[in-house]
Design a protein around this ligand. Structure first.
Ligand code: NAP
Length: 259
């Protein structure tokens, strides 16, 4: 049994949809006070209402993690509302697909702005508040794509997801002084609005390539994030947890067929 995290203040960037919303739901279920962040105000306000429907304390802040002023404001609002900040889930991310030959400079700048710069700005903005917490945690949502695997159309995305881990390893050393741990979750294919937008064929083929034969859920990712936020995980830093149903294990199609 883990020590309850009831009452802790948790900020989830990209918490208005998909995986981030699932992470937020798991923390709300554990009694945390949760601030979710996204750029679409209507979607964000609706998500906060849904997440708080059973009496949980949930606030929404409209912010773009690619903008320093927005990240500072989102942290300030979480601190004002819930009296501090204990956990930052740097989850906001985008995954447009474009092959290298068609990729524009703007495509590269835009994906790095949210996935890499957005992660770093969010962590930087949260540092003063996390340093004051006795349980400071940063949990980054990376991916298997980039750090472990590749997929045509996602070279820029894979680069951003690997970059997050490069950032994490040095941040974990620097922030250890303040007692803050920095870890990452690496989902495989997880049910989300973003994944649904890739179409039914993508989903079907992905399911067939996963030894557990199903996509992950946002709750699966949320449970891993919750574990990393517990007191019992206080000695884990600079590490990754892969959640992919075994997708990165088979060395070939034969390995799957021989299952
Ligand atoms: P999603 O359903 O499209 O949700 C993305 C969330 O991030 C939304 O809340 C979105 O809200 C927010 N967001 C995007 N850009 C933002 C920005 N610049 N500033 C603030 N918020 C922003 O995507 P998802 O599938 O849940 O993905 C979430 C994370 O998991 C990403 O980092 C992604 O790389 C990672 N991931 C996903 C999968 C998967 O299979 N789904 C697998 C591996 C890793 P707004 O659009 O309103 O801003």
């Amino acid at each position: 049994m883990f020590t309850p995290i009831t009452g802790r203040s948790v900020l989830v960037t990209g918490g208005t949809k998909g995986i981030g919303k699932g992470i937020a739901a798991v923390f709300v279920g554990a009694g945390a006070r949760v601030t979710i962040v996204g750029r679409d105000h209507t979607v964000g306000a609706q998500a906060a209402a849904e997440l708080g429907a059973d009496g949980g304390e949930v606030a929404y802040v409209c912010a773009d993690v690619g903008l320093r002023a927005d990240t500072e404001r989102m942290v300030a609002e979480a601190v004002d509302r819930f009296g501090g900040l204990d956990v930052l889930c740097a989850n906001a991310g985008v995954f447009p697909d474009t092959r290298l030959e068609d990729m524009t400079e703007q495509d590269i700048d835009s994906i790095f702005a949210t996935n890499v710069k957005g992660t770093m700005l969010a962590v930087k903005a949260a540092l003063p508040a996390l340093s004051k917490s006795a349980h400071g945690r940063v949990i980054i949502t990376s991916s298997v794509t980039g750090p472990i695997t590749g997929f045509p159309g996602w070279s820029h995305y894979g680069a951003t997801k690997a970059a997050q881990l490069g950032f994490m390893r040095t941040a974990a050393i620097e922030l250890a002084r303040s007692g803050i741990t920095v870890n990452a979750v690496l989902p495989g294919n997880v049910e989300s609005e973003g994944l649904t937008a890739l179409g039914p064929e993508y989903r079907e083929k992905m399911e067939a390539s996963i030894p557990l034969r199903k996509l992950g859920t946002a709750e699966d990712v949320g449970n891993a994030a919750l574990f990393l936020a517990t007191d019992e995980a206080a000695y884990i830093t600079g590490q990754t947890i892969i959640l992919d149903g075994g997708q990165t294990l088979p060395e070939s199609l034969l390995a799957l067929e021989a299952q």
